[in-house]
Design a protein around this ligand. Sequence first.
Ligand code: KIV
Length: 276
Amino acid sequence: MKITDFYDYRKPGPKISMITAYDYTLASLAAESAADCVLVGDSLAMVMHGHPSTIAATPDMMALHTAAVARAVKNKLVVADMPFLATRKGLEHAMDTVEKLARAGAQAVKIEGLDGHADIVSHIVTSDIPVMGHLGLTPQAINRLGGYRTQGKDEASAEKLLQDAQELEKLGCFALVLECVPEELAARVTRSLKIPVIGIGAGRFTDGQVLVMQDMLGLYGQPPSFVKKYLDGRRLVKEALDAFGSEVKDGVFPAEPSGPGRPDAKPYALTEKERP
Ligand code: KIV
């Protein structure tokens, strides 16, 4: 899926799937997969760097990971997150960050929230950099939100979210991520917008879904309850690492020439003189 496919998108179209990737190896699998587009999310601060929140993500960190992903993903849209405060330090800083991400290979940027930076969203859009909005649970606001909780549960906050979504569409966003909102609100927002709405923890009725790859592969800690684990990755990887550790200790790996793990034994076989 290219950015122009998003522009052509008409509801109800086929559902859109977006998956996060932060490194070359997993991004190359995303590139070969059925996922429609790839997000270099600022969740990389947690998943790749072990920080407790996305607040630790910086423009340079985002650009480094975006470049690695973009080297692997040539066939799908690559979206990169504008990290914490990137839209709050003035237009110049915002545009410097957009430039870093675009030069690293992002074809679009995702921006959390709207209040106080609508002008920056508009400037980025009119600078020909496609912008994906992000409303609901916006993890960069964790210190205000006080926890990773469902947003828009009361009528006032639901109404505000709906209006912000409509404003983002007016400003020219090409898509919107809705994170952790009640299913009915997500459906309401989705119906009210022309642009596609991609949900995460927002139920069934959005135009698409996004997941953090390490969550759905079961690789990163305890995922949020809405995540479907498509693989028991931690167990499988740990089993492989345990097998390697034991086989080295037990002298099973490397095997004798031409045994398992030694297909190349011949060219590198020791001569009589070199043998211990
Ligand atoms: O950073 C991220 O991974 C995200 C997704 C959860 C939407 O923003």
